[in-house]
Design a binder for this molecule. Structure first.
Ligand SMILES: N=c1c2ncn([C@@H]3O[C@H](COP(=O)(O)OP(=O)(O)OP(=O)(O)O)[C@@H](O)[C@H]3O)c2ncn1[C@@H]1O[C@H](COP(=O)(O)O)[C@@H](O)[C@H]1O
Length: 106
């Protein structure tokens, strides 16, 4: 089984050592705007899938979105550890949402 961090490492390896015929390499060759377009498309597909009955489409589109977000992070030079550190900072430290003015104002 491949976890998110292993997938990130594989994508980073593709960036370091481009492989002919690789879809990941294709995205890096096209560049940031193409990757951003894919992230936008895949996000919309997750939203549509979530509104439809059944889990299969939602699972499939979510996996597509996760993959493309990881490609984006590699392209922008953001490490997986940076994301883990940000999540760890939040662990058990988020105040009650009812006490947060930015949420009250939504
Ligand atoms: N997880 C993924 C993954 N998820 C989605 N995709 C690709 O993302 C694309 C999304 O499909 P779309 O129909 O939206 O896009 P498309 O029409 O094929 O292409 P575009 O011209 O729109 O960019 C498909 O081509 C999928 O193959 C992925 N491609 C690769 N991986 C992983 O990355 C690894 C390395 O892949 P390669 O770089 O291709 O060797 C693989 O072993 C996988 O583990």
């Amino acid at each position: 089984m491949q976890n998110m961090e292993e997938l990130y490492q594989m994508i980073a390896e593709r960036k370091q050592n481009p492989k002919a015929g690789s879809y990941t390499d294709y995205l890096f060759t096209k560049g940031l705007d193409k990757i951003l377009k894919k992230v936008g498309e895949e996000s919309t597909e997750v939203v549509v899938a979530a509104k439809n009955p059944g889990d299969d489409e939602l699972v499939y589109e979510t996996a597509d979105l996760f993959y493309h977000v990881l490609v984006l992070l590699v392209e922008r030079g953001v490490s997986f550890d940076q994301i883990k550190a940000e999540l760890a900072k939040r662990e058990g430290k988020m105040s009650d949402y009812k006490d947060r003015p930015e949420i009250k104002n939504l």
